[in-house]
Design a protein around this ligand. Structure first.
Ligand code: NAD
Ligand code: MG
Length: 385
């Protein structure tokens, strides 16, 4: 039996994790479950899995949560302190599946107790990469990548022969607009942007996939997770999402990990690591897929990808600013306040406006994140429709 806590249990990754736990009742027992606002789903899941503690991030929902669980022995928590408490609880594995920089403090709490962490929340590594990894190393926390590309690389990366790795190749589906040109993108709606052709995901990452910021964030994520330089990370567009990523070695070998586009495969890998478990996913049939195609990314139509690559090269404060501005811009786009193509403009303008001094501590990262959010919000006004 493995004990597991799921931060962000009601989201897309969270529910895929729950689905695997449900399929394997003898393998897992649930310690903590958290959600942002959805009390109904959180309490339902906590009762189904007899969790020790359920935490709702939105403090105004705490009375509703207590009420929903009053006939049980499940403890209740709320707010950031509650999320941290959930992450600190002893468990064999923590699934870090909160979206955005909001996941940083709770994930850090798990890191600081030296937990084994199935890491879905890529924004943690984008906004605090070096400091986060140092903290993980110092406390003996183990990070198991859940993001499908990073999970693929983790599976084929020869960590004991890192010098023989020439580059890692991240595949990108290209999102719903990969073959469109800039002029057509200005008027796309939130519902068009979140309709990803291959993956069903939360709204924020779906918009990131449509702008290709997601791939940019993933380049930064890969840089922190694997011993490679920014120049050793390449992106290829692969619309079928069958090859989840590749590692190229000095002898010319390229190793790829493949599978149907279903997050339950990389999640299952992380949940059962170092073993493998059965996952109820559709098996890959290459004859049915027929063709696998690859092309170079279009940096002109998708400027977010370039902005993220530059932020990684620049280092220091740039990735954290990029991430914060992107979160604000994506939210504004989802609320129909700015156009799709303004997302990259808001991010760029925010990067141009803030002093690039590198944060030396995690508290400086939080201050920088806040400053970048406020700057991005003030910049939004220029783009408002
Ligand atoms: P989602 O929006 O579907 O779910 C997010 C979860 O976090 C929910 O449980 C929500 O209640 C919680 N949450 C949201 N805001 C919060 C806050 N301020 N405080 C506390 N909890 C909060 O997101 P998702 O698509 O599941 O993505 C989660 C993370 O995993 C993201 O970082 C994303 O980039 C990454 N990821 C997701 C996928 C995918 O298939 N969805 C794939 C790869 C990586
Ligand atoms: Mg991914």
């Amino acid at each position: 039996m493995k004990s597991i806590s799921i931060l962000g249990a009601t989201g897309s990754v969270g529910l895929n994790t729950i689905d695997l736990v449900r399929h394997n009742p003898k393998k897992f027992n649930v310690v903590a479950l958290t959600a942002n606002t959805n009390v109904e789903e959180l309490s339902r899941l906590s009762i189904e899995f007899d969790a020790e503690i359920a935490v709702i991030a939105d403090e105004s929902k705490f009375p509703a949560l207590k009420d929903a669980l009053s006939h049980t022995t499940i403890q209740c928590g709320a707010g950031e302190a509650g999320l941290i408490e959930a992450a600190e609880r002893e468990s064999d594995l923590v699934m870090a599946a909160i979206v955005g920089a909001a996941g940083l403090r709770p994930t850090l709490a798990a890191v600081r107790r030296g937990a084994t962490i199935a890491l879905a929340n890529k924004e943690c590594l984008v906004c605090a990469g070096d400091l986060f990894m140092t903290e993980a190393q110092k406390n003996g926390a183990r990070l198991l990548p859940v993001d499908s590309e990073h999970n693929a690389i983790f599976q084929v990366f020869a960590f004991d022969q890192a010098k023989s790795v020439e580059k890692i190749i991240l595949t990108a589906s290209g999102g719903p607009f990969w073959n469109r040109r800039d002029e057509c993108l200005r008027s796309v709606t939130p519902s068009e942007a979140i309709a990803h052709p291959n993956w069903e995901m939360g709204q924020k990452i779906s918009v990131d996939s449509a702008t290709m910021m997601n791939k940019g964030l993933e380049i930064i994520e890969a840089y922190h997770l694997f011993p490679v330089s920014p120049q050793q990370i390449e992106v290829v567009v692969h619309p079928q999402s069958v090859v989840h990523s590749m590692v190229q070695y000095t002898d010319g070998s390229v190793l790829a990990q493949m599978g149907s586009p279903d997050m339950r495969t990389p999640i299952a890998f992380a949940l059962s690591w170092p073993e493998r478990m059965k996952a109820p996913v559709e098996r890959l049939s290459l004859p049915d897929v027929g063709q696998l195609t690859f092309s170079k990314p279009d940096f002109e139509t998708f400027p977010c990808l370039q902005l993220a690559m530059e932020a990684l090269e620049q280092g220091g404060a740039a990735p954290a600013i990029l991430n914060a501005a992107n979160e604000i811009a994506v939210e504004a786009f989802l609320n129909e306040l700015i156009a799709f193509t303004d997302i990259s403009s808001v991010v760029k303008a925010t990067l141009d406006k803030i002093d690039m001094k590198a944060p030396q501590s995690l508290s400086m990262v939080f201050a920088l994140d806040l400053e970048a959010r406020n700057t991005a919000k003030s910049i939004l006004d220029k783009f408002r429709r």
